[in-house]
Design a binder for this molecule. Sequence first.
Ligand SMILES: NC(=O)c1ccc[n+]([C@@H]2O[C@H](COP(=O)([O-])OP(=O)(O)OC[C@H]3O[C@@H](n4cnc5c(N)ncnc54)[C@H](OP(=O)(O)O)[C@@H]3O)[C@@H](O)[C@H]2O)c1
Length: 243
Amino acid sequence: MSAPLPWRRVAVLGARGAIGGALVAQLAAGGAERVYALARGTPWREDGPLCHGPVDVLDETALAAAAARLADEGTLDAVIVATGALHAPGMMPEKSLRDLNLAALQQAFTINCAGPALAFKHFLPLLPRQTPGVMASLSARVGSIGDNRKGGWYGYRAAKAALNMVVRCTAIEAARRYPQAVIAGLHPGTVDSPLSQPFQGFVPAGQLFTPQQSAARLLAVLARLRPEDSGKCFAHDGAEIPP
Ligand SMILES: NC(=O)c1ccc[n+]([C@@H]2O[C@H](COP(=O)([O-])OP(=O)(O)OC[C@H]3O[C@@H](n4cnc5c(N)ncnc54)[C@H](OP(=O)(O)O)[C@@H]3O)[C@@H](O)[C@H]2O)c1
């Protein structure tokens, strides 16, 4: 990342993930004064401009505590929620309706939609009221209903579509109190990470990004967004993804 980024104080939730970690590194290298790198089970620790700390997006007590600690130091110019899961014990992307089960569907919705929604709830008040701010969540192109031509991956697709609706609702609500804020979903491309690892065999040659490549593209996209873009989902190349 060569061009300086426009944010002084930023937070990344899910900072231990492949993309989350790359975002943290590039935000720090890009000149941010303060980068909060929040991840499950991480004790508070200072490291130059970095401040590591704990957050579990499914634990509102933890979210509130993290948000309160950051609020003590001032507002945030950017908040990026980089959590999510495509597979987990007992949860694999479904090829057919026959594969659906309630527990896996609930798990997909909980981590991919409820978690970021609760993170938005607790971190929106940290955006500045009178100056630009951005709050984004990693979504996925497969959450686009209009773009869905292959089917399958019912739980993950539906949860990301629901997340995109949360992004839109948050943008509408935020516009009243934070008129310069942008709330956005982001599609990082297909990225080499534990999340995509079991499915990388299906990725055409040359189309698998490193986390560093994806993070650089996402930060460049975020830096270009304006309040009129709020509520939408954008891919790593800046193109808007249809709802
Ligand atoms: N990789 C891709 O090709 C791709 C494509 C499209 C969209 N995405 C989206 O990009 C995002 C990041 O994916 P990734 O590839 O970086 O995956 P990853 O390396 O598996 O990172 C996901 C991170 O989410 C964190 N997480 C899960 N549940 C959490 C919770 N309750 N509280 C806090 N953190 C939690 C995990 O934390 P722990 O470290 O504590 O387990 C993990 O670090 C996801 O939303 C994914 O859907 C990825």
